[in-house]
Design a protein around this ligand. Structure first.
Ligand SMILES: C[S@@+](CC[C@H](N)C(=O)[O-])C[C@H]1O[C@@H](n2cnc3c(N)ncnc32)[C@H](O)[C@@H]1O
Length: 283
């Protein structure tokens, strides 16, 4: 019996039989480690080793990854129901069949348009799965780094797909903990949000050590040993990422599992989630 996180046979064949030369299989990558936590098959031995070392430090990492992806899908569903028709999803991750931004948005409104952005070549190799838009809507993929917002916003794939003069939803889901303070994440966000109009939304999720600091420190160290810079942030630090002129929507900065949950029953122990989510709106 397959799980909701299974990949399509086409994706599995791609990763089993062939890795494009631009994919470095000697170093762990965050997208492929996340894929491993979600029981995906799009990862290599080096990613599995780094992910297992993270799991040794943070045994609940899979719970956190699942809660985060579920938050993303609930946030996109909510945004589509609020009338959002355009989405810019930065830090897309490896596609999961039927559980991507355009799947959730186009389930509500078939004309939703989504631009995906990631800097990992493995996501690029799977971008075709992200481009399976409903014919009423559209999707596009940009291979770019979040540290260069100007390049993202000027990319023809973006300007041909999204109208930057009309409100859109910017998704920054589980990416900004890979942008440490020395890279000025607030500047990165401001440069993105300055260019989008009032009435736009920001959906963001971010790892935190607020609920289990010792374990989280071990997880950050495991990522660093794998060569991936990571910085977790407190509730106040995550709230401070929201640019001036944006209002936080209910319930504010909340654990992803507790943010408008489908059911109040069986909510996980906060210490096993360790990831905040939020929705904000530009005034
Ligand atoms: C933890 S995954 C999150 C995937 C998806 N947003 C989700 O929450 O399910 C983080 C993603 O951010 C991407 N990423 C990390 N650093 C990045 C950067 N500097 N620029 C663009 N993407 C980046 C990784 O390649 C990975 O696909």
């Amino acid at each position: 019996m397959g799980s909701a996180f299974d990949r399509s046979p086409e994706q599995q064949a791609l990763i089993a039989d062939w890795a494009p030369p631009e994919i470095d299989t000697t170093k762990p990558h965050s997208a492929r480690m996340y894929d491993y936590f979600l029981d995906g098959k799009t990862n290599f031995p080096v990613d599995r080793l780094a992910a297992e070392q993270t799991l040794a430090a943070v045994p609940h990492a899979r719970t956190a990854a699942r809660a985060n992806r579920a938050f993303m899908l609930r946030a996109v569903d909510r945004l589509a129901r609020l009338g959002v028709r355009q989405f810019l999803d930065i830090g897309t991750g490896i596609p999961i069949e039927g559980r991507n931004t355009h799947d959730a948005a186009q389930q509500v409104t078939s004309d939703a348009r989504v631009v995906y952005v990631d800097n990992d070549p493995i996501v690029l190799a799977h971008a075709r799965a992200l481009l399976s838009s409903h014919p009423d809507g559209a999707t596009a993929y940009i291979d770019a780094d979040v540290h260069d917002p100007d390049a993202i916003l000027a990319d023809p794939s973006l300007t041909e797909t999204l109208d930057l003069d009309r409100p859109l939803a910017l998704l920054m889901i589980a990416i900004l903990h890979f942008v440490p303070d020395e890279d000025k994440p607030t500047d990165v966000l401001r440069r993105l949000t300055d260019r989008i109009p009032s009435g736009s939304y920001l959906a963001l999720s971010h790892l935190t050590g607020d609920f289990d600091p010792v374990t989280t420190t071990g997880g950050v160290a495991a990522y660093r040993r794998a060569g991936i810079r990571m910085q977790v942030r407190s509730r106040a630090e995550v709230a401070a990422l929201v640019p001036d002129g944006w209002e936080l929507l209910e319930p504010g900065v909340e654990l992803v599992s507790h943010w408008h949950p489908e059911s109040e029953a069986d909510l996980p122990d906060p210490a096993t989630v360790g990831c905040y989510g939020l929705l904000a709106r530009k005034r």
